[in-house]
Design a protein around this ligand. Structure first.
Ligand code: APR
Length: 245
């Protein structure tokens, strides 16, 4: 990979599609998508956790364990390698740790992280957010530092996305904006595509057509590279030269 010396602020919004080539299912669209197999209302919502905490803990314990058996793919590694030439910030909807394991050093998780746990009463209190080894299950009766039931450090449906404003400010400052592997169907994450400055080059990497969340043609400003994350990023990196970056 070669790019010129002009360091650019490249901001990348990623979704489940970038981890597909590592063997992790996406949530929608594909036959094996997670929300075809599981009921997100029961397993990824606050109500579901209070109704059947053991089912929710088991669901996330399975996904935590699965993370031990998958590796970052070429797309994750390309984004990490890009840091040699550009200031790359990744804003991810993913709760896996594959960007970090590939070597990316600036990763902001909008929806939390499978590698961490927190308090059920004060989920955003930094004193309560802790790493928990992926091979250790979270069990009913396990306590956070504030004495409440330990829960995954995940933003469930219906919960506030604490990092949204931070993400928006980062995107406003981007020189180049790239969206990879997200159906743009979940708010407020999908609203982040509105924040890059109008003049900056915008890219969308996804093998499938993506409907414009606002039906106002805004996605038309994006160059849609209709490839998988790995192939699409190869094409994107080559185009950085044409963009004189
Ligand atoms: N490379 C790139 N993109 C891919 C690939 C691939 N190999 N395979 C599938 N995709 C694309 C799909 O075409 C789709 O547009 O990845 C996208 C996955 O969309 P979703 O399954 O909806 O995942 P995502 O957009 O990340 O979901 C957002 O929804 O359930 C919640 O919190 C969860 O963070 C998640 C949020």
């Amino acid at each position: 990979m070669q790019t010129s010396t002009l360091r650019q602020k490249i901001v990348v919004l990623t979704g489940a599609g970038i981890s597909k080539e590592s063997g992790l299912d996406t949530f929608r669209g594909a036959d094996d998508a997670l929300w075809h197999k599981f009921d997100w209302k029961r397993l990824a919502s606050v109500g579901g956790f209070y109704e059947d905490p053991e089912a929710v803990l088991e669901f996330y314990n399975e996904r935590r364990k699965q993370l031990l058996s998958v590796e970052p793919n070429h797309a994750h590694k390309l984004l990490a390698a890009l840091e040699q030439w550009h200031d790359v910030t990744i804003i991810t909807q993913n709760i896996d740790n594959l960007h970090e394991r590939a070597g990316s050093s600036h990763v902001l998780h909008l929806h939390g992280e499978l590698t961490k746990v927190t308090s059920s009463d004060n989920r955003n209190d930094p004193k309560c957010i802790k790493e928990l080894p992926l091979d250790m299950p979270i069990k009913l009766g396990d306590k956070a530092v504030d004495g409440s039931q330990l829960r995954p450090h995940i933003v469930w449906f219906g919960e506030f996305v604490t990092e949204y404003q931070t993400a928006a400010e980062i995107i406003k400052d981007a020189d180049i904006f790239v969206v990879i592997g997200t159906s743009l169907t979940v708010t407020p994450a999908s609203e982040l595509i509105r924040y890059p400055h109008r003049s900056v080059p915008k890219f969308l990497i996804d093998p499938n057509p993506i409907s414009d969340p606002y039906n106002d043609g805004y996605l038309g400003q994006f160059e849609h590279i209709r490839q998988s994350a790995s192939l699409g990023l190869e094409i994107f990196v080559d185009s950085l030269l044409e963009l004189q970056y």
